[in-house]
Design a protein around this ligand. Sequence first.
Ligand code: PAP
Length: 336
Amino acid sequence: MDSLKHVEANLLSEVVSAAKNEFHDLLESLPSEIGSTSDLLYLYNGFWYAPEDLEGILAAQQHFQAQDTDIILVTTPKSGTTWLKSLVFSITNRKQYTVSDQIHPLLTTNPHGIVPFIEQIYYDNTNPDVSHIPSPRLFATHVSYTMLPESIKTTKCRIIYLCRNPKDIFVSMRHFGAKIISPTNPACQLIPVEEAFNKFCRGVTWFGPFWEQALEYCELSLENPDKVLFLKYEDLKGDIISQLKKIAVHLGCPFSLKEETEGVIDGIARMCSFEHLSNLEVNKVTGVRSLWMVDNKDFFRKGEVGDWKNHLTDSMVEQIDQVVEQKLHCSGLTFK
Ligand code: PAP
């Protein structure tokens, strides 16, 4: 029995190392460039990826089997992923965990520890067992629609896409990069901000270009609103209650009048607010992590709309306005 296990383990490690070699060969064949985040990115099918993200998503394309009841949260990095994860988890689990509940998971676990990124779980293990996760399973991803595993497109699972003003995304990403890039890899220093901004405007950024991704999901939400709900961070900040109702309807679990009058929607908004989540011990302490090498606290900075005004020069604003005008004008997609 032991020798059989040994043979199985050897076979598995050979398969894994063959896949690693194959991926390594693929990377070698791809165009690469230091991205706006100061790390090396690779261009694959029109989008830029850090190698571990690309490896994870390619594995997910092969192995991830979506279920009709799955919910997939899609964002460009730094556009409100952490917030969206907490909101959707709270909505879909509201019968099990009321927000006044002292055992509500968000009180002790960062949203990233509750809703996993598909590309991360398939990077950690090319074929993880996700079948045991209770329904509705919640997953997040930063990838474009074209790169999603096929079963997400063919099953009835729902997608929620959240986008944000790219000026605030850049500022948020720059601060995040300063927290994680150099400390985790001393050989890698942040490139000058003007250079990083140029790269961002050329789309050479994690999962970029951001406009290609936003356009894809925006068009899909118009063609197939039952499948894709398109949200904006600025709208969540502007009127969280109406956005929560919209999300609940999209997910097929609208709030009842009774829930509304009992303050369930307000409770979820409060539970998931920046002020509340960022002040929880689990999201405040240095060294507490839910994702790779990032402290939970690094997912919370200001949580505001328009902080770009404090960081971007007039010429940067002009440059990105031109990109947005040129790339998004026809779609009608605008940012406040
Ligand atoms: P990720 O893509 O790496 O997971 P993501 O959560 O999308 O990061 O982005 C972090 C941004 O969302 C931060 O924005 P800032 O840098 O402009 O401040 C963070 O502060 C903000 N954020 C995190 N949680 C919330 C929340 N509950 N409400 C509003 N904004 C939030």
